[in-house]
Design a binder for this molecule. Structure first.
Ligand code: UDP
Length: 424
């Protein structure tokens, strides 16, 4: 990987405080650090990352006043949270940057403010201070169409609320003023969307994903990863296990948990299931599992509160991933050639599911309500049937393409070097 020369350059990265955004931003920080940049991570107080996992970076917490703003933290209302963060964090970020500029050595400079696209206030702060603002997009590039074209294809939109429209308008405005956008994707995955974006976008876009493969970083999990599941996987036959996880934010009903439990039990496949506290609102989740389920599955099932997901997906024993189709999970699965069973819950997950099942054809859609018979059938289709074999072969082909992208001369590799040269 190309490195900087003698110049001492610092990048300030502004985090949006949720797991699916913290991971790619800290991975991107690792990529920049490997190219010779000093890294400062500015983050709201809410969901603070653990600095001791990343001793090479400087972490600065800024007040977010979320308690005062009385915003709800439920996924259904998360646009109000975005608006509150953008309102409350602007002045603290400006103060923080002024302090960094005042205290910097004369030979040092801030090369840019890289902000999560949902923290668009950072662009205004960067403009005020005469610094380049760079927007980081942790979603599929196709979602970026919202940011660069005011009225995108109807198929992408989901009856926007007032808060959603306000966020989109503000994000669009910030994008127009940004010096560049960085997207966590690969060109070959999204050729059509990317060429459309390039037609409209005022700022150059650099596609340098998947970040986690370009510069593997330490874990940035907010919950403790349970390593037991790796020793459990070590005892399973190759490609036999279905890994089940709905990410960090999606929620299910009590009945959903019971249906999933019986679907997994009756499928006769080994499974690793992440039931994080809060997956069922106000509950630990595991207490909802029927007793006879535990007896039926015994050692065939492993349930954890949080898994080291990238390691799980890279494990030989894993043959399928039942996912909520978060973009990070999607990229992590594509990178390891793992076929998916898709049950999107909200937002961009529906778009990602369409990519997985109908464009790349490396997954099956689990539509309608969660029901044990349908779940059992879908797991068998993916893990056992001839249909599943074809899907898994396609997933392996995509993995190989992803590897080419990341090698010297590949699109993501070149784009990350180009970014360093042209923008910074
Ligand atoms: N993740 C993890 N352990 C788990 C479940 C998820 O480390 O048990 C990580 C996963 O690897 C991914 C992130 O959490 O990087 C979830 O992001 P994603 O975009 O898939 O979904 P979100 O949580 O934002 O809905």
């Amino acid at each position: 990987m190309e490195k900087l020369g003698e110049q001492a350059s610092r990048l300030v990265l502004v985090l949006y405080p949720f797991q699916g955004h913290i991971n790619p931003m800290l991975q991107l920080a690792t990529i920049f650090h490997s190219k010779g940049y000093s890294i400062t991570i500015v983050h709201p107080e809410f969901n603070s990352p653990n600095p001791s996992n990343h001793p090479q970076f400087t972490f600065i917490s800024i007040p977010d006043r979320l308690l005062e703003s009385k915003v709800s933290l439920s996924p259904g209302d998360f646009m109000s949270l975005v608006l509150a963060l953008n309102k409350n964090c602007a002045a603290p970020l400006k103060q923080c940057l002024k302090r960094i500029l005042d205290e910097m050595h004369p030979y040092e400079r801030i090369a840019g403010i890289v902000y999560d696209a949902l923290m668009y206030f950072a662009q205004t702060v960067a403009d005020d201070l005469g610094l380049p603002g760079i927007s980081m997009r942790p979603t599929a590039a196709a979602m970026l169409l919202f940011a660069v074209i005011p009225h995108p294809d109807q198929a992408m939109s989901e009856n926007p609320t007032d808060a959603m429209s306000e966020v989109r308008a503000a994000a669009l405005n910030a994008t127009k003023r940004s010096s560049a956008m960085i997207a966590n994707t690969m060109d070959f995955l999204e050729e059509a969307a990317l060429s459309k974006i390039k037609e409209y976008s005022p700022a150059p876009i650099f596609t340098i994903g998947p970040f986690h493969k370009l510069a593997p970083s330490n874990s940035s999990s907010l919950l403790k990863e349970d390593a037991y599941c790796i020793s459990w996987l070590d005892k399973q036959a190759p490609k036999s296990v279905i890994y089940v996880s709905f990410g960090s934010m999606a929620s299910l009903s009590k009945q959903d948990i019971v249906e999933i439990a019986w679907g997994l039990a009756n499928s006769e496949q080994p499974f690793l299931w992440v039931i994080r506290p809060g997956l069922v609102l106000g509950s630990e989740g595991t207490e909802l599992l029927p007793e006879s389920f535990q007896e039926k599955v015994g050692e065939r099932g492993c349930i954890v509160k949080w898994a080291p997901q990238r390691e799980v997906l890279a494990h030989d024993a894993v043959g399928g991933f039942w996912t909520h189709c978060g973009w990070n999970s999607t990229l992590e699965s594509v990178s390891e050639g793992v076929a998916m069973l898709c049950k999107p819950c909200f937002g961009d997950q529906f778009l990602n599911m369409r990519y997985i099942c109908y464009v790349w054809k490396i997954g099956l859609e689990l539509d309608n309500e969660l029901e044990r018979g349908k779940i059992e059938g879908a797991i068998k289709r993916l893990m056992v049937d001839i249909e599943g074999v074809e899907i898994r072969n396609k997933a392996m082909d995509l993995k190989k393409k992803a590897e080419i992208c990341l090698r010297e001369g590949g699109t993501s590799y070149s784009s990350s070097n180009e970014f360093t040269k042209r923008i910074l």
